[in-house]
Design a protein around this ligand. Structure first.
Ligand code: FES
Length: 111
């Protein structure tokens, strides 16, 4: 089943937004990054310790909006690939989430 997240216009470019979908054991935290017109999404879980990446709600990008940054130990991840390129988990990567975008609506299917 598809879960609608938001409209494309709801996330600034550059910008990011967190979502909680599902319930109970099925609940998942994810986030969407909008950068240069592209939308990418990952589970909100740092490969270093498993914590959420954002310290301030919806804030996943570093100061210059070039990388995804973990707020706990400052690991940096490539926006397109999710690969960690600096910090304690270099070589690891975020778990990608496939987005569907139709008629300006962003949705996911995490069944
Ligand atoms: S928990 Fe993310 S870098 Fe340590």
């Amino acid at each position: 089943m598809n879960t609608r997240l938001c409209k494309t216009e709801d996330i600034a470019d550059p910008g990011s937004r967190a979502f909680e979908i599902g319930e109970g054991h099925q609940q998942k935290s994810l986030f969407v990054v909008h950068k240069d017109g592209q939308f990418t999404a990952y589970l909100n879980r740092c490969p270093h310790t498993g914590v959420n990446l954002d310290w301030q709600e919806h804030q996943f990008l570093n100061m210059d909006n070039l990388y995804i940054q973990c707020s706990t130990h400052d690991a940096l991840f490539e926006i397109d690939s999710g690969k960690c390129i600096a910090g304690p988990c270099v070589g690891d990567a975020l778990d990608p989430v496939k987005l569907m975008i139709r008629d300006g609506i962003i949705s996911v299917n995490l069944a």
